[in-house]
Ligand binder design. Structure first.
Ligand SMILES: C[S@@+](CC[C@H](N)C(=O)[O-])C[C@H]1O[C@@H](n2cnc3c(N)ncnc32)[C@H](O)[C@@H]1O
Length: 372
């Protein structure tokens, strides 16, 4: 997953495909409607009016959210001192530059692209929409005690020494080559994965059945830790599809959540279109919250995307549209963002804060923190 997404010049996010938007592989909330970004801007305005300072957006895609957030904040008269973007994809950074060049100079001059996270901690807001799901994860499979590891794994017969080492009932699902094709094969989990899987199994309210496949993202902790280090005071606001841990690892979710996106088609084969399709996994929000706490942050809110958008005034924005045609268009976009069968429930918003006790309007309608 790491190589398929990030190998220099070859990985999905390193090479030049269109990726996001109707001509690309998938569509995100800011691409569906600026209503999403205008609601995010409303949350940013509230925090910035308390903390002052700036906004840092991680993984800004086509730059559409950055544009709409800056325009909304300008209209509200609560501009950040700076709007920085950290983007790993060179071609997406290029698209962001082109899009944001349409801003008036007074706004454009606040935008900066960073090569790495800021060395001096900032005050204000850190934003990331659909970035956590792109962090490479590791897959595992539960085997019945004593079962051969070759059983459910395409075409692999582990060597004797591997079988001995694989004595435990959970194996990492690795990748190997057979001829010209990638195949899955059992691998020996390293120490970090073994200890993560052991504590996961200890915590789950029910055992996982034999054959159960899922994934763990060990990149979350260091990612949240390094982003947390950048924040002196304010809010880290993250959106993504995902679940609290006990739902994520529900015994009935037997094939995990790893998905691929290629030309608007979602499927579950990461071994084709390598480097030209997106590979993602749902986010274990309990792991995000734990990582936040370990980084000294407060978990100040957790709710569905629908609850966040309703609490930040999406209905008022639709109602305020001029003319019935525009209102109908916005109502259609809002439905896609809000409906449980679309993005409303699968997507969640989480607020991690540092030294911030004031209100967070986006999290006033629903509080799902007890589920984490
Ligand atoms: C699924 S896209 C979402 C883009 C945008 N936020 C949106 O909602 O349209 C993931 C974005 O995160 C970027 N990205 C992936 N891994 C990242 C990382 N480790 N740090 C920062 N950005 C990353 C990608 O290049 C891309 O811009």
């Amino acid at each position: 997953m790491e190589l398929a997404l990030y190998a220099p010049g070859l990985g999905y996010y390193s090479a030049g495909s269109t990726k996001i938007g109707s001509g690309g592989d998938f569509v995100t909330a800011p691409e569906i409607s600026d209503l999403f970004s205008r609601c995010v801007a409303s949350q940013c305005a509230q925090v910035l009016s308390v903390t002052g300072g700036e906004i840092l957006e991680l993984g800004a895609g086509t730059g559409r959210m950055a544009l709409a957030v800056l325009e909304s904040l300008a209209a509200a008269g609560v501009l950040p001192d700076r709007y920085s973007i950290l983007e790993v994809s060179a071609d997406l950074a290029e698209r962001q530059r082109a899009r944001l060049s349409s801003l008036p100079p007074s706004l454009r001059e606040r935008v900066a692209w960073l090569e790495r996270l800021p060395e001096r901690p900032i005050r204000g807001v850190v934003l990331a929409n659909e970035v956590l799901d792109a962090l490479p994860c590791q897959r595992f499979v539960v085997e019945a005690a004593g079962a051969s590891t070759s059983g459910g794994l395409a075409g692999h017969e582990p060597a004797a020494h591997e079988l001995a080492a694989l004595g435990s009932a959970i194996h990492e699902l690795g990748v190997s080559l057979q001829g010209d094709s990638f195949i899955e094969r059992a691998a020996i989990p390293d120490t970090a994965l073994t200890s993560a899987l052991e504590s996961l199994l200890r915590e789950l309210p029910q055992p996982l059945p034999p054959g159960y496949m899922s994934e763990v993202c060990l990149r979350l902790e260091p990612w949240i830790a390094s982003v947390g280090e950048c924040l002196e005071r304010g809010l880290i606001l993250l959106f993504d599809y995902g679940l609290p841990r006990s739902h994520y690892y529900h015994p009935q979710r037997v094939n995990g959540t790893l998905r691929c996106h290629f030309k608007q088609l979602a499927h579950d084969n990461p071994y084709i279109n390598v480097g030209v399709q997106d590979i993602t996994a749902w986010v274990d929000f309990t792991r995000v919250a734990e990582a936040g706490v370990a980084a000294g942050l407060d978990v100040a809110g957790f709710c569905t995307q629908a609850a966040f958008l309703l609490a930040t005034g999406i209905e008022t924005l639709v109602a305020g549209a001029v003319g019935v045609v525009e209102q109908a268009r916005l109502a259609g976009e809002a439905r896609r963002l809000l409906m449980p069968g679309e993005m409303g429930e699968a997507f969640k918003a989480i607020a991690l804060t540092r030294d911030y006790d004031a209100a967070l309007s986006g999290f006033t309608l629903q509080d799902l923190r007890h589920s984490l």
